[in-house]
Design a binder for this molecule. Structure first.
Ligand SMILES: Cc1cc2nc3c(=O)[nH]c(=O)nc-3n(C[C@H](O)[C@H](O)[C@H](O)COP(=O)(O)O)c2cc1C
Length: 363
């Protein structure tokens, strides 16, 4: 029998093993009230765990109410939310996947309506909140015109909030924590010279701009056990002149992360820092080279994400060691059983749970 493609071989990070190297990428559902997971999230994440992925990530989970992008985001900062998150972790585990949580702060892109409601700033007077960033420079005309510039003491508070969410995620049963430092949200806005023009210890050169991320990682690792993996999602390119590039500051940051020895994978995404960004070409796997460069040059495991839709493409990325896992969003949003269909296409036998044993999987 042909050897099982590496894509469908198990992979371990610390004490956690996933059944294959396909992860459901974090995807906001904008369907919560007060940050609490409900039937929508149960159905959404449960279906994708049953669909055969190795790892299923929750959407960006806010570390506080003002860390949400919209009033309908998930958050994990109180006991009610924690109890509902425990149900999500149990359900993902029941489906045979490793439950992962993405921990996030929206920064200056917070207090907005949902994408299908225009993605517009909700002023404080209309029930929104003042967003937070490295400076008082807003993201765009349709976002908070004047975010609050975090003081060093407030940066410490936010780092502690990341740790608080990690502690709750652990108690809820999550096995992988991913820190969201991409897509223009708070941690990315500190990393990028486009948005971070501070002159204190949290700005300036790449070490200064990376200080907040490093302090967040310190705080999270202090509560997230050694036997559980920690991932970081980075925007590897700002797609804008003067911004972050994969072979410039991002490589330095990736090397700083790798040198810590307590982060297990960099999830290599891109973009989101400015409405002025210009993505040179949107083609299948357009972000894979970022995962490849960082894996090779920084010596740390990477995740590839972005327009990976064909099983043979996903298999090729892993077989050629361009990344260690692939993360899928839109393809698996359309088809929760994408991993099962990919297995079928690649000639891999998958052990289905008893009740699903008679399922016929078509390509
Ligand atoms: C509906 C939707 C919600 C998303 N929410 C998040 C999120 O919460 N956190 C995040 O890091 N990326 C988020 N993304 C980005 C995806 O995780 C992924 O990086 C991106 O869609 C590219 O992958 P794809 O081509 O497979 O869709 C979202 C994407 C979609 C389509």
């Amino acid at each position: 029998m042909a050897r099982t493609p590496l894509l469908f071989q198990p992979i371990s990070f610390r004490g956690v093993t996933a059944r294959n190297r396909i992860a459901v990428s974090p995807m906001c559902q904008y369907s919560a009230s007060d940050g609490v997971p409900n039937d929508w999230h149960i159905q959404h994440l449960g279906a994708r765990a049953m669909g055969g992925a190795g790892i299923v990530f929750t959407e960006a989970s806010a570390v506080s109410a003002v860390a949400r992008i919209t009033p309908n985001d998930l958050g994990l900062y109180n006991d009610t939310q924690q109890a509902a998150y425990a149900r999500l972790a149990a359900l993902i585990t029941l489906g045979g996947a490793v439950p992962g949580i993405q921990i996030a702060h929206a920064g200056r892109k917070g207090s907005c309506t949902r994408p299908w409601e225009g993605d517009r700033y909700i002023p404080v007077a209309e029930g929104g909140w003042q967003s937070e960033g490295p400076t008082e420079q807003g993201f765009s005309e349709t976002k908070d015109p004047e975010p609050h510039a975090l003081t060093p003491a407030e940066i410490g508070t936010v780092a502690a909030q990341f740790a608080g969410t990690a502690r709750r995620a652990l108690a809820a049963g999550f096995k992988i924590a991913e820190i969201h430092a991409a897509h223009g949200y708070l941690l990315h806005s500190f990393l990028s010279p486009i948005s971070n023009t501070r002159s204190d210890a949290y700005g300036g050169d790449v070490r200064g701009r990376a200080r907040m991320l490093m302090e967040v990682l310190d705080a999270v690792r202090a509560v997230w056990p050694t036997e559980l993996p920690l991932f970081v999602r980075l925007s590897c390119s700002d797609f804008i002149p003067g911004g972050l590039t994969p072979d410039g500051d991002i490589l330095t940051i990736a090397r700083m992360i790798a040198a810590r020895g307590d982060v297990d994978l960099i999830d290599c995404s891109a973009g989101g820092i400015s409405p002025e960004q210009k993505i040179p070409s949107l083609h299948p796997g357009y972000q894979v080279p970022f995962a490849e460069i960082i894996r090779r040059e920084a010596g740390i495991a990477t995740g590839a994400v972005g327009l990976i839709e064909q099983p043979t493409h996903a298999a090729e990325i892993i077989a050629n060691e361009r990344a260690d896992i692939v993360l899928l969003a839109r393809a698996v949003l359309a088809d929760p059983a994408w991993p099962l269909r990919a297995a079928r296409r690649l000639g891999v036998e998958v052990d289905l749970p008893g009740p699903y044993g008679r399922a016929t999987v078509h390509e």
